[in-house]
Design a protein around this ligand. Sequence first.
Ligand code: WTA
Length: 640
Amino acid sequence: MDYSLKSPSIHFKKNARISSIEEYQELYQESITNPDTFWAREASELAWQKPWDEVLQWEAPDAKWFTNAKVNVSENCIDRHIIAGKGDKTAILWEGELGEKREISYKQLQVEVSRVANVLKAKGIIAGDKVLIYMPMIPEAAFAMLACARIGAVHTVVFGGFAADAISDRLADSQAKLIMTSDGGYRRGKVIELKAVVDKALEQPNCVESVIVFERTKQGVDMLVGRDDWYHDLVPSVSDDCPTQGFDSEHPLFILYTSGSTGKPKGILHTSGGYLVGTYVTSKYIFDLKDDDIYWCTADVGWITGHSYIVYGPLANGATQVMYEGAPNYPDFGRFWEIIERYKVSIFYTAPTAIRAFIKAGDDLVDKSDISSLRLLGTVGEPINPEAWDWYYHKIGQGNCPIVDTWWQTETGAIMIAPLPGCMDTKPGSATLPFFGIDADILDEQGNTCSTGEVGKLVIKQPWPSMLRGIYKNPQRFKEQYWSDYPNYYTVGDGAMRDEDGCIWITGRLDDVLNISGHRLGTAEVESALVEHDAVSEAAVVGKPHDIKGESIVAFVILKDGFEDSDELIIKLKAQVVKSIGALARPDEIYIVPGLPKTRSGKIMRRLLKELVKTGAVTGNVTTLEDSSIIDTIIDIVAL
Ligand code: WTA
C-alpha cells in the first residue's frame, strides 16, 4: 500500500482554477469571515431575473439566501448557455444499456424541456404543485426535472429500485398530483417494470390526477383511460417554447426523501437560488470543470448525487456529460472503461462500492480500454478504504489524476468537504478540507473542538447556500434532528476526526442509518418492513462490514407464537423487505432469536448487535440490559 501524499501534477496545477493552497486559504478565509462578498461574487455569474436584497437572512435554523431575488433554475441550466452562444454544444451524451446512443445539444435540451413543461402546464400543473418522477436513467428523467423547475413545480424523484409502498408513502406525504414514469428500464439486460410498480402504488389513496408514461422497453403496460397518457402522444403536440418565469429564490425546487434513524423517510426540502449557486460553484471548483471536459457521474438521478451532479451542477456550468442507463457489469465489468474510451471522458465520479467491485472483477477488463483521457477522479457516498483509493489512483488514474473524495449529504445539497484538485495534496481515505463557505468543526459532547486524532461529531457552524430548508411538513423533526445537539450548529450525524495536517477523516454514521453500497437506509425502515410480515413480532436490524457493499444488512427477528424458524420462512422474510422497500434493502442474513438485547426502558441496544455481527463477540457493558443472558443466546445462534 502506498500511503504517501499525492500532489497534483504540474500540468494539472497549471491549468486548474485554484492552483495554490494560498489561494484556497485566502478565498476560504473570505468565504467564512465575509460570506456575503464571496457568495455574491459567485452568484453573479448566474442569471437572475431580479437581483437579491440581501445575500443571507439567518435566524437559526431558518436560512433565506438571495432574498427577494427572482430566478429560474432551468434557465440557468439551459437558456443561459444558448444566449452565450453555446446552443450547439453537447449537453448529454447518453448511452442505453443495450448500446443505443443519443447526443443532445443545449438547444435540443431547451426544446425537450420546454415541451415537457408545456405538457405539465396543459395537465394543470402550476407553480408549487408536486410532481413525482419514477424513471430509469434516460435523458427524459432530466427533462422532467428541468421541466418542473422551469414552471416552478416541485419534483420528488423516487429511485427506480424502490418498491410500490415506497412510492405510495412518498405520494401520501408530498401530495403529488402527477407522476412521470416509463414502461420500464433496463438493468443487467432485464426489463425493470416501472409502470406496473406505479400502478400498484396508486392502489393506495392518493391525489394523482395524471400519469405520463415514456415508452422505453415496450413490454406492454396497462394504461388507465383518463389518467394515463403516453409521453409520445403528448409531447410532440405542444409548443417547444416555454418562457422562463422567475421564481422567488426561496421557491421550493424539490423534495427528496432520505432515511433517518427513526420512522419513515423524511422529505428533504431544497429551494431554488441557494441550491443552484451551491451546485454550480462546487461543480466548477471541485471538478475543476472546463469548457472542453467530458464529465461523467455514474450515480442515479433518484439520489441526491444525481440531482446535484448529473442535473443541476454540471448543466448550470454548461458542461458536456455522459449519462449511462445501466449496470456497471453489463455485459461485464469492462463497460465503464469502454464508455470512458468511447466518449473520451475526462472527469469520472463514482462510488467506492463500485470501485471495490471493479477491483474484484480484475485488471484485465480495465486494460482492454484506453482510459488515458481521464484527468480527474471523484468518489462519493461512503468512506473510501485505502486499498480501493490506491487502486483507483494507480489503475484508473494511472498515477496522473487527482482524486476528489467528496463528503456531503442529501441535506447539504452540495459537496461540503473535498480536496480542490489543483492545490491540495490528497491521502487515501480523507476528504481533506472544507469547501468555501463551509465552517466545519468536530466537537465532543460538551461542545469543545476535538483535539487532533480524536473522533467527535461533525458539525457545520454557519449556514451555506444549498442547505436543506426543512423536512417537508415536519419543522419539529427538522429542529430536533439537525439543530438540537449544539445551539445554532447543524449536526451532520457522522463522526469525524482531524489529523495532524488538519485533514478531515469521516468515520461513518453515528446514528442508526445504514450505508449499503452508498445507499442510505434506516434500520427502522427495514425493521418495520419485517414486522409487516404475519410471522414477525419484533425485529432489530444492524449493518455488518462487507467487502464490496461497505455494509450488509443483518436482521434479528422474534417470531410470533405458532411460527417456526425454517429456510422457507427466511426466504419469505427477505422477500417481504424487497416488497415493501425494494431489492436494495434485502437483508443478507436473518437470525430468528427468542429475544433482543434491550435496556430496562425497552430500547433495543443495536450497538451490541453491531459488535456481535462484526466480531462474533460482545465486549461492551451488558449490565444495563433487561436480560443480559440473551446476548449469549444470540451469540450461539449466530455462530451456528
Ligand atoms: C456518507 C450522499 C465518507 C455519510 C451524497 C453521509 C460519506 C451520508 C461520503 C450521506 C464520503 C457520503 N466519505 N462518508 N466521501 N459521502 N458519505 O444523503 O455517512 O445519500 O452522512 O448523500 O453518506 O448520504 P446521502
